[in-house]
Ligand binder design. Structure first.
Ligand SMILES: Cc1ncc(COP(=O)(O)O)c(C=O)c1O
Length: 499
């Protein structure tokens, strides 16, 4: 039969040996092994691919014409034609105009390279040094995460979110392109909510981001000045991001038990001349510290004296009841103050939706940077989140979360009061998701972390978060992630190990 035929110029020349081999191949692989059953497209592609790959002598052979193979296998010509197209796409066969399809010459050296047997490797592009911070501790499922900043995923209103996603998917707006500044109805909702809290915000002054982490990234990359000051200990991933963006970062010490040494801060600011100060006005990560109104007013005054901008991070808002009672830095400093917040901690981490509020000038510069990097935040998520806010689900969710977290917060404080040794201290932030636990200097923190891990509890010592030698000796406790029972076990283990 006319099987694979060597192609020579325009003429096809029969090759008896191959004809016999291919006849056997076709009858064994397609015929005898599949009595009575019709072969699928996938089986045909699979069998021919295997044959070609296992027999390099077939290179340059012509494949049977479509109608012949279709007739032999009892399948439609369309099936064979589609199978041949697939083989072409895989690079195993090639078309030579009207004379037909041939097994590609050199496919085997090509595939050898794919198996890593080639003699040369393309050089790796030179990557800049990564930030020192360990971003993941591997799988942590079986551990109790005592320092997590997230809220318990079981509190996420998944069913309601699913309804909003379903509704958003049906929205015709989604196919009409994206707004790099963010879905306007969502920006309107965010503006309304902020205004209720006394934070000046108009929809045109808001830009959505992929997590509020993106605000930090865009700012680092857009700022003319490369000097940025923030707290020490800092939000660790923010600090790492600044390092990655080669910013000169300055750490302004925060002691959550004593507050801020304003004389020291002013000296550092005067000397380092930052272009921006990035502060978490309330419930700072990792200390849980909230600035007094006096401290915030002082920072706003310095911004005028020393000419720096302010970025306010309000990540911990809306978590506990009674936690928003002070004016924000934006309220004190006007709309040149950039304000960032996020839905990831309060609703669901995987939404990855944050936002920044500025004014027309700052936001238009940031929108340009954002549209060049990610084009827009995922519009489907923005639309679903808008639905979630619009239907009143977010308020209902926050009410439930606040009740639950209030109970967890009180429980955590109670457990610490009852079980910690005398010389251990902790903060009581009254909001946000974390507090700071300060241990006596005699305790070896590295050892403590290892011992706790053996007991199934993971804590995060924030060494990376300090600029220079740490002035605190402890770690953060997240009271929003573990259930009341889990917290009891985790604090129990902690007290056991400390004693
Ligand atoms: C203080 C602070 N700001 C910002 C972020 C960034 O959060 P996201 O990108 O999830 O919005 C985090 C995350 O942990 C944080 O702790």
């Amino acid at each position: 039969m006319d099987c694979f035929v060597k192609g020579q110029g325009q003429k096809a020349c029969w090759d008896k040996e191959e004809e016999i081999r291919m006849e056997r191949f076709l009858s064994v692989n397609f015929g005898a092994s599949q009595p009575g059953s019709r072969l699928s497209f996938y089986q045909i592609v699979e069998v021919i691919s295997q044959q070609i790959q296992s027999d390099s002598a077939l290179q340059g052979c012509r494949l049977p014409p479509i109608r012949v193979l279709a007739h032999q296998l009892g399948v439609s010509k369309n099936t064979i034609s589609a199978a041949y197209e697939e083989l072409k796409a895989k690079g195993l066969v090639e078309s030579r105009g009207r004379i037909g399809l041939f097994v590609s010459l050199g496919w085997d050296s090509f595939s050898r390279q794919f198996k890593g047997q080639s003699s040369g490797q393309v050089p790796l592009p030179v990557l800049k040094q990564k930030p020192s911070l360990r971003l993941s501790l591997g799988s942590q499922e079986k551990f109790l995460l005592l320092s997590s900043v997230f809220i318990d995923p079981s509190l996420a209103p998944k069913e309601r979110l699913a309804n909003c996603f379903r509704s958003a998917l049906k929205s015709p707006g989604l196919s009409r392109g994206t707004d790099p500044q963010g879905f306007l109805p969502l920006r309107k909702k965010i503006a309304e909510r902020l205004q209720k809290r006394g934070i000046a915000a108009q929809p045109q002054q808001i830009m959505t981001t992929v997590g509020s982490q993106q605000v930090l990234d865009l700012l680092c990359r857009s700022m003319q000045s490369k000097v940025i000051a923030t707290e020490s200990p800092a939000y660790d991933l923010g600090k790492a991001l600044m390092e990655m963006n080669e910013m000169v970062s300055v750490g302004l010490p925060v002691d959550p038990f004593k507050g801020v040494n304003l004389i020291q801060w002013e000296k550092m600011i005067r000397e380092s001349k930052p272009g921006l100060i990035y502060l978490t006005s309330n419930f700072q990560n990792p200390t849980g510290y909230s600035y007094s109104s006096r401290e915030m007013t002082q920072v706003v005054e310095w911004s005028q004296t020393y000419g720096f901008g302010i970025l306010e991070d309000d990540w911990g808002s809306d978590m506990l009841s009674y936690s928003e009672f002070k004016p924000s830095l934006r309220a004190l400093g006007g709309d040149n103050v950039l304000y960032m917040n996020s839905f990831t901690k309060k609703l669901l981490p995987s939404l990855r939706l944050g936002y920044v509020v500025g004014n027309e000038e700052s936001i238009s510069a940031l929108v340009r940077s954002k549209s060049l990097t990610v084009s827009s935040a995922p519009p489907i998520i923005e639309a679903a989140l808008f639905e979630f806010l619009d239907r009143g689900y977010y308020d209902a969710h926050l009410k439930k979360v606040q009740q639950e977290l209030d109970a967890r917060y009180q429980n955590c404080l109670e457990l610490l009061r009852n079980s910690m040794p005398q010389d251990v201290r902790w903060t009581s932030p009254g909001g946000g998701p974390v507090l700071w636990l300060e241990l006596p200097k005699s305790i070896d923190l590295e050892q403590l972390v290892l011992r706790l891990k053996e007991e199934g509890v993971i804590v995060r010592c924030s060494h990376d978060a300090f600029f220079g030698t740490p002035h605190l000796h402890g770690f953060k406790i997240g009271y929003a992630f573990l259930s009341i029972q889990e917290m009891q076990i985790a604090i129990g283990k902690l007290s056991q190990v400390l004693k």
